[in-house]
Design a protein around this ligand. Structure first.
Ligand code: NAD
Length: 350
Protein backbone atom coordinates (compact mmCIF):
# COMPACT_ATOMS: atom_id res chain seq x y z
CA UNK A 1 0.00 0.00 0.00
CA UNK A 2 1.34 3.49 -0.75
CA UNK A 3 0.22 7.02 -0.14
CA UNK A 4 0.67 7.94 -3.80
CA UNK A 5 -3.06 8.16 -4.48
CA UNK A 6 -3.35 11.11 -2.18
CA UNK A 7 -1.22 13.80 -3.83
CA UNK A 8 -0.81 15.79 -0.66
CA UNK A 9 0.88 12.89 1.08
CA UNK A 10 4.47 11.78 0.61
CA UNK A 11 5.05 8.43 -1.02
CA UNK A 12 5.76 5.84 1.67
CA UNK A 13 5.60 2.10 2.19
CA UNK A 14 3.09 1.22 4.88
CA UNK A 15 3.35 -1.84 7.10
CA UNK A 16 0.08 -2.29 8.94
CA UNK A 17 0.33 -3.52 12.54
CA UNK A 18 -2.62 -5.42 13.93
CA UNK A 19 -2.68 -7.70 16.97
CA UNK A 20 -6.15 -7.85 18.45
CA UNK A 21 -5.14 -9.71 21.61
CA UNK A 22 -2.55 -7.04 22.45
CA UNK A 23 -4.85 -4.24 21.20
CA UNK A 24 -2.19 -3.19 18.72
CA UNK A 25 -3.57 -1.15 15.84
CA UNK A 26 -0.95 0.89 14.06
CA UNK A 27 1.33 1.38 11.11
CA UNK A 28 4.99 1.68 10.29
CA UNK A 29 5.61 4.14 7.46
CA UNK A 30 8.92 3.81 5.61
CA UNK A 31 9.79 6.86 3.54
CA UNK A 32 13.42 6.29 2.54
CA UNK A 33 16.15 3.71 3.07
CA UNK A 34 18.90 4.84 0.66
CA UNK A 35 21.15 6.11 3.48
CA UNK A 36 20.39 3.19 5.79
CA UNK A 37 17.51 1.75 7.83
CA UNK A 38 14.43 3.95 8.11
CA UNK A 39 14.70 5.46 11.58
CA UNK A 40 12.06 7.37 13.51
CA UNK A 41 10.17 7.16 16.76
CA UNK A 42 6.95 5.43 17.74
CA UNK A 43 4.00 7.71 18.47
CA UNK A 44 1.01 6.63 20.56
CA UNK A 45 -1.89 8.91 19.82
CA UNK A 46 -5.66 9.06 19.55
CA UNK A 47 -6.79 9.06 15.92
CA UNK A 48 -10.40 9.33 14.78
CA UNK A 49 -9.85 6.82 11.96
CA UNK A 50 -7.19 4.74 10.24
CA UNK A 51 -6.84 7.18 7.33
CA UNK A 52 -5.83 10.03 9.65
CA UNK A 53 -3.31 7.75 11.32
CA UNK A 54 -1.79 6.70 7.98
CA UNK A 55 -1.53 10.32 6.84
CA UNK A 56 0.20 11.36 10.06
CA UNK A 57 2.63 8.45 9.79
CA UNK A 58 3.51 9.34 6.18
CA UNK A 59 4.22 13.00 6.96
CA UNK A 60 6.21 12.17 10.07
CA UNK A 61 8.25 9.53 8.20
CA UNK A 62 9.08 12.03 5.47
CA UNK A 63 10.16 14.55 8.11
CA UNK A 64 12.53 11.96 9.57
CA UNK A 65 14.14 11.39 6.16
CA UNK A 66 14.97 15.10 5.93
CA UNK A 67 16.18 15.33 9.51
CA UNK A 68 18.33 12.18 9.42
CA UNK A 69 19.87 13.05 6.06
CA UNK A 70 20.61 16.62 7.08
CA UNK A 71 22.31 15.40 10.25
CA UNK A 72 24.40 13.14 7.96
CA UNK A 73 23.27 10.08 9.87
CA UNK A 74 23.45 6.66 8.20
CA UNK A 75 19.66 6.37 8.36
CA UNK A 76 16.67 6.86 6.15
CA UNK A 77 13.32 8.04 7.43
CA UNK A 78 10.41 6.19 8.97
CA UNK A 79 7.91 6.44 11.74
CA UNK A 80 5.50 4.21 13.56
CA UNK A 81 2.16 5.39 14.78
CA UNK A 82 -0.09 3.42 17.10
CA UNK A 83 -3.69 4.16 17.97
CA UNK A 84 -4.08 4.58 21.68
CA UNK A 85 -6.60 1.93 22.84
CA UNK A 86 -9.67 3.31 24.56
CA UNK A 87 -9.87 2.88 28.33
CA UNK A 88 -7.33 0.92 30.34
CA UNK A 89 -4.90 -1.23 28.41
CA UNK A 90 -1.88 -3.41 29.03
CA UNK A 91 1.14 -1.34 27.92
CA UNK A 92 3.51 -4.24 28.21
CA UNK A 93 1.40 -6.44 25.92
CA UNK A 94 0.99 -3.59 23.43
CA UNK A 95 4.68 -2.75 23.15
CA UNK A 96 5.80 -6.36 23.19
CA UNK A 97 3.50 -6.95 20.22
CA UNK A 98 4.92 -3.81 18.58
CA UNK A 99 8.46 -5.14 19.14
CA UNK A 100 7.57 -8.40 17.41
CA UNK A 101 6.31 -6.44 14.37
CA UNK A 102 9.48 -4.31 14.23
CA UNK A 103 11.57 -7.47 14.35
CA UNK A 104 9.69 -8.92 11.36
CA UNK A 105 11.17 -6.11 9.23
CA UNK A 106 14.66 -7.41 9.98
CA UNK A 107 16.23 -4.00 10.63
CA UNK A 108 14.68 -2.02 7.74
CA UNK A 109 13.02 0.13 10.40
CA UNK A 110 14.53 1.28 13.70
CA UNK A 111 12.24 2.65 16.38
CA UNK A 112 12.57 4.81 19.51
CA UNK A 113 10.24 6.76 21.75
CA UNK A 114 8.21 9.74 20.55
CA UNK A 115 5.11 11.60 21.68
CA UNK A 116 3.08 9.33 23.98
CA UNK A 117 5.75 6.67 24.43
CA UNK A 118 8.67 6.37 26.83
CA UNK A 119 11.77 4.46 27.86
CA UNK A 120 9.80 1.67 29.52
CA UNK A 121 7.74 1.06 26.36
CA UNK A 122 10.94 0.72 24.34
CA UNK A 123 12.28 -1.75 26.91
CA UNK A 124 9.14 -3.86 26.36
CA UNK A 125 9.65 -3.71 22.59
CA UNK A 126 13.31 -4.60 23.05
CA UNK A 127 12.29 -7.96 24.51
CA UNK A 128 11.51 -8.97 20.92
CA UNK A 129 13.70 -6.81 18.71
CA UNK A 130 17.16 -5.27 18.71
CA UNK A 131 16.05 -2.56 16.28
CA UNK A 132 15.11 -0.13 18.99
CA UNK A 133 16.81 2.89 20.63
CA UNK A 134 15.71 5.34 23.32
CA UNK A 135 16.28 2.73 26.02
CA UNK A 136 17.77 3.23 29.46
CA UNK A 137 21.24 4.80 29.37
CA UNK A 138 24.20 2.41 29.66
CA UNK A 139 27.50 3.66 31.10
CA UNK A 140 30.12 4.35 28.44
CA UNK A 141 27.60 4.54 25.60
CA UNK A 142 25.49 7.33 24.21
CA UNK A 143 21.84 7.32 25.19
CA UNK A 144 19.60 8.72 27.90
CA UNK A 145 17.87 12.10 27.78
CA UNK A 146 18.31 13.64 24.31
CA UNK A 147 17.21 17.16 25.37
CA UNK A 148 20.62 18.56 26.40
CA UNK A 149 22.00 17.53 23.01
CA UNK A 150 19.07 19.16 21.26
CA UNK A 151 19.71 22.35 23.24
CA UNK A 152 23.41 22.27 22.34
CA UNK A 153 22.62 21.94 18.63
CA UNK A 154 20.16 24.84 18.77
CA UNK A 155 22.75 26.93 20.62
CA UNK A 156 25.40 26.21 17.98
CA UNK A 157 22.93 26.96 15.19
CA UNK A 158 21.92 30.19 16.90
CA UNK A 159 25.54 31.34 17.19
CA UNK A 160 25.94 30.75 13.45
CA UNK A 161 22.69 32.58 12.64
CA UNK A 162 23.61 35.56 14.85
CA UNK A 163 27.02 35.78 13.20
CA UNK A 164 25.38 35.64 9.76
CA UNK A 165 22.70 38.25 10.48
CA UNK A 166 24.53 40.63 12.82
CA UNK A 167 28.20 39.73 12.34
CA UNK A 168 28.67 39.22 16.05
CA UNK A 169 28.46 36.70 18.88
CA UNK A 170 25.46 36.24 21.17
CA UNK A 171 27.16 38.06 24.04
CA UNK A 172 25.10 41.13 24.90
CA UNK A 173 22.24 40.19 22.58
CA UNK A 174 18.69 39.73 23.83
CA UNK A 175 17.15 36.32 23.10
CA UNK A 176 13.41 35.70 23.56
CA UNK A 177 12.77 32.07 24.45
CA UNK A 178 9.26 30.67 24.03
CA UNK A 179 8.77 27.43 26.00
CA UNK A 180 10.96 26.48 28.94
CA UNK A 181 10.68 22.69 28.99
CA UNK A 182 13.53 20.21 28.75
CA UNK A 183 15.17 21.92 25.77
CA UNK A 184 14.17 25.56 26.31
CA UNK A 185 15.42 25.68 29.91
CA UNK A 186 18.74 24.06 29.01
CA UNK A 187 19.15 26.47 26.11
CA UNK A 188 18.57 29.42 28.48
CA UNK A 189 21.42 28.24 30.71
CA UNK A 190 23.76 28.03 27.71
CA UNK A 191 22.71 31.48 26.52
CA UNK A 192 23.19 33.01 29.97
CA UNK A 193 26.70 31.51 30.15
CA UNK A 194 27.40 33.03 26.71
CA UNK A 195 26.48 36.49 28.03
CA UNK A 196 23.07 36.86 26.35
CA UNK A 197 20.16 38.70 27.99
CA UNK A 198 17.03 36.58 28.25
CA UNK A 199 13.32 37.23 27.94
CA UNK A 200 11.34 34.06 28.68
CA UNK A 201 7.75 32.83 28.50
CA UNK A 202 5.94 29.60 29.31
CA UNK A 203 2.30 28.68 29.79
CA UNK A 204 3.40 27.30 33.16
CA UNK A 205 4.04 30.53 35.08
CA UNK A 206 6.33 28.94 37.69
CA UNK A 207 8.72 27.72 34.99
CA UNK A 208 9.24 31.24 33.70
CA UNK A 209 9.45 32.75 37.19
CA UNK A 210 11.91 30.08 38.39
CA UNK A 211 14.22 30.53 35.43
CA UNK A 212 14.01 34.32 35.66
CA UNK A 213 15.11 34.10 39.29
CA UNK A 214 18.01 31.81 38.52
CA UNK A 215 19.31 33.53 35.39
CA UNK A 216 18.20 37.13 35.86
CA UNK A 217 15.85 36.84 32.89
CA UNK A 218 12.83 39.03 32.20
CA UNK A 219 9.46 37.28 32.00
CA UNK A 220 7.08 38.06 29.13
CA UNK A 221 3.54 36.80 28.69
CA UNK A 222 2.90 33.92 26.31
CA UNK A 223 0.97 36.31 24.07
CA UNK A 224 3.80 38.86 23.90
CA UNK A 225 6.96 36.78 23.60
CA UNK A 226 7.14 36.73 19.77
CA UNK A 227 6.99 40.51 19.63
CA UNK A 228 9.37 41.54 22.42
CA UNK A 229 12.35 43.74 21.66
CA UNK A 230 15.01 41.09 21.03
CA UNK A 231 17.67 40.24 18.45
CA UNK A 232 16.78 36.53 18.45
CA UNK A 233 13.48 34.69 18.83
CA UNK A 234 13.75 31.03 19.90
CA UNK A 235 10.54 28.96 19.55
CA UNK A 236 11.00 26.01 21.93
CA UNK A 237 7.36 25.12 22.67
CA UNK A 238 5.04 23.57 20.11
CA UNK A 239 4.98 23.61 16.31
CA UNK A 240 3.45 26.42 14.26
CA UNK A 241 4.99 29.28 16.29
CA UNK A 242 5.79 31.19 13.10
CA UNK A 243 2.34 32.16 11.89
CA UNK A 244 1.05 35.38 10.34
CA UNK A 245 0.11 36.88 13.70
CA UNK A 246 3.59 36.22 15.12
CA UNK A 247 5.27 37.67 12.03
CA UNK A 248 3.11 40.79 12.26
CA UNK A 249 4.77 41.63 15.59
CA UNK A 250 8.18 39.94 15.27
CA UNK A 251 11.08 42.34 15.93
CA UNK A 252 13.96 39.87 16.04
CA UNK A 253 15.99 39.48 12.85
CA UNK A 254 17.01 35.93 13.77
CA UNK A 255 14.69 32.99 14.50
CA UNK A 256 16.31 29.82 15.80
CA UNK A 257 14.69 27.34 18.18
CA UNK A 258 14.04 23.71 19.03
CA UNK A 259 10.37 23.32 18.18
CA UNK A 260 9.49 21.02 15.29
CA UNK A 261 7.52 22.37 12.31
CA UNK A 262 7.84 26.02 13.23
CA UNK A 263 6.47 27.32 9.91
CA UNK A 264 2.70 27.30 10.37
CA UNK A 265 2.09 27.40 6.60
CA UNK A 266 4.25 27.23 3.45
CA UNK A 267 3.90 30.96 2.67
CA UNK A 268 5.57 31.85 5.98
CA UNK A 269 8.97 30.93 4.52
CA UNK A 270 8.53 33.61 1.85
CA UNK A 271 7.32 36.15 4.37
CA UNK A 272 10.40 35.62 6.52
CA UNK A 273 12.57 36.17 3.44
CA UNK A 274 10.71 39.38 2.53
CA UNK A 275 11.08 40.62 6.11
CA UNK A 276 14.83 39.92 5.94
CA UNK A 277 14.56 37.58 8.93
CA UNK A 278 17.28 34.94 9.18
CA UNK A 279 15.43 31.72 9.94
CA UNK A 280 17.58 28.77 10.99
CA UNK A 281 15.50 25.81 9.72
CA UNK A 282 14.06 23.85 12.65
CA UNK A 283 15.10 20.37 11.63
CA UNK A 284 18.66 21.49 10.90
CA UNK A 285 19.27 22.95 14.36
CA UNK A 286 17.16 20.58 16.49
CA UNK A 287 18.85 17.37 15.31
CA UNK A 288 20.91 16.90 18.50
CA UNK A 289 18.28 14.62 20.00
CA UNK A 290 18.10 12.27 17.02
CA UNK A 291 21.88 12.29 16.82
CA UNK A 292 22.01 11.07 20.41
CA UNK A 293 19.33 8.42 19.87
CA UNK A 294 21.08 7.19 16.71
CA UNK A 295 24.39 6.98 18.53
CA UNK A 296 22.80 4.66 21.04
CA UNK A 297 21.73 2.33 18.24
CA UNK A 298 25.14 2.59 16.56
CA UNK A 299 26.95 1.96 19.89
CA UNK A 300 28.77 5.26 19.65
CA UNK A 301 30.05 7.17 22.65
CA UNK A 302 29.46 10.68 23.89
CA UNK A 303 32.46 12.13 22.03
CA UNK A 304 31.03 10.98 18.73
CA UNK A 305 27.67 12.52 19.62
CA UNK A 306 29.33 15.80 20.51
CA UNK A 307 31.30 15.84 17.25
CA UNK A 308 28.13 15.32 15.22
CA UNK A 309 26.17 17.93 17.17
CA UNK A 310 28.95 20.50 16.79
CA UNK A 311 28.64 20.18 13.01
CA UNK A 312 25.21 21.83 13.28
CA UNK A 313 26.83 25.28 13.56
CA UNK A 314 28.83 25.17 10.32
CA UNK A 315 25.96 23.42 8.54
CA UNK A 316 23.56 26.18 9.55
CA UNK A 317 26.05 28.83 8.40
CA UNK A 318 26.40 27.08 5.05
CA UNK A 319 22.63 26.96 4.49
CA UNK A 320 22.18 30.61 5.46
CA UNK A 321 24.98 31.68 3.11
CA UNK A 322 23.59 29.68 0.19
CA UNK A 323 20.09 31.05 0.82
CA UNK A 324 21.49 34.58 0.99
CA UNK A 325 23.33 34.19 -2.31
CA UNK A 326 20.34 32.64 -4.08
CA UNK A 327 17.80 34.92 -2.37
CA UNK A 328 15.70 31.90 -1.43
CA UNK A 329 13.99 30.93 1.83
CA UNK A 330 16.43 29.12 4.10
CA UNK A 331 13.96 26.25 4.53
CA UNK A 332 13.87 25.73 0.75
CA UNK A 333 17.67 25.58 0.54
CA UNK A 334 17.81 23.17 3.49
CA UNK A 335 15.22 20.91 1.85
CA UNK A 336 17.19 20.81 -1.39
CA UNK A 337 20.36 19.80 0.43
CA UNK A 338 18.51 17.16 2.45
CA UNK A 339 16.90 15.74 -0.71
CA UNK A 340 20.31 15.34 -2.32
CA UNK A 341 21.66 13.65 0.80
CA UNK A 342 18.69 11.33 1.26
CA UNK A 343 19.06 9.97 -2.27
CA UNK A 344 22.56 8.65 -1.67
CA UNK A 345 24.08 6.11 0.72
CA UNK A 346 25.72 7.61 3.81
CA UNK A 347 29.50 8.00 3.67
CA UNK A 348 31.42 5.45 5.69
CA UNK A 349 32.60 8.08 8.17
CA UNK A 350 29.18 9.60 8.90
P1 NAD B 1 8.70 20.01 26.77
O1 NAD B 1 7.35 19.44 26.72
O2 NAD B 1 9.66 19.57 27.83
O3 NAD B 1 8.62 21.61 26.87
C1 NAD B 1 7.71 22.39 26.17
C2 NAD B 1 7.46 23.63 27.02
O4 NAD B 1 6.70 24.56 26.27
C3 NAD B 1 6.70 23.35 28.30
O5 NAD B 1 7.34 23.97 29.39
C4 NAD B 1 5.31 23.97 28.03
O6 NAD B 1 4.68 24.42 29.20
C5 NAD B 1 5.69 25.10 27.12
N1 NAD B 1 4.63 25.62 26.25
C6 NAD B 1 3.65 24.94 25.61
N2 NAD B 1 2.90 25.80 24.87
C7 NAD B 1 3.44 27.02 25.04
C8 NAD B 1 3.14 28.31 24.53
N3 NAD B 1 2.12 28.51 23.68
N4 NAD B 1 3.90 29.35 24.90
C9 NAD B 1 4.95 29.18 25.75
N5 NAD B 1 5.27 27.98 26.28
C10 NAD B 1 4.54 26.92 25.92
O7 NAD B 1 9.32 19.76 25.33
P2 NAD B 1 10.84 19.77 24.91
O8 NAD B 1 11.37 18.39 24.96
O9 NAD B 1 11.55 20.86 25.62
O10 NAD B 1 10.71 20.14 23.35
C11 NAD B 1 10.40 21.45 22.94
C12 NAD B 1 10.17 21.47 21.45
O11 NAD B 1 11.33 20.99 20.78
C13 NAD B 1 9.03 20.56 20.96
O12 NAD B 1 8.42 21.17 19.85
C14 NAD B 1 9.75 19.31 20.54
O13 NAD B 1 9.02 18.60 19.55
C15 NAD B 1 11.01 19.88 19.96
N6 NAD B 1 12.14 18.95 19.97
C16 NAD B 1 12.55 18.41 21.14
C17 NAD B 1 13.63 17.52 21.15
C18 NAD B 1 14.15 16.92 22.43
O14 NAD B 1 15.25 16.36 22.43
N7 NAD B 1 13.42 17.02 23.53
C19 NAD B 1 14.27 17.19 19.94
C20 NAD B 1 13.82 17.79 18.75
C21 NAD B 1 12.75 18.66 18.78
Amino acid sequence: MTAAANHELPHVEYVRLIDEAARLDGVIAIHSTARGPAAGGCRLWTYPDAQTMLADAARLAEGMSYKNAMAELPFGGGKSVLRRPEGDFDRRALFEAFGREVEKLGGRYVTAEDVGTGVEDMEFAALHTSHVAGRSARPGFAGGDPSPWTALGVFEGMKAAAMFAYGSSLSGMTVAVQGLGSVGAELCHMLARAGAQLVVADIVDERAAGLADKLGARVASVGDIAGVDAQVFAPCALGGALNDAALDVLRAKVVCGAANNQLAAPHIAGRLLDMDVTYAPDYVVNAGGIINVSAEYLHEDENQVRARVMRIGPRTADILEQAGELHLPTSQVANRIAEQLMAQPAQANT
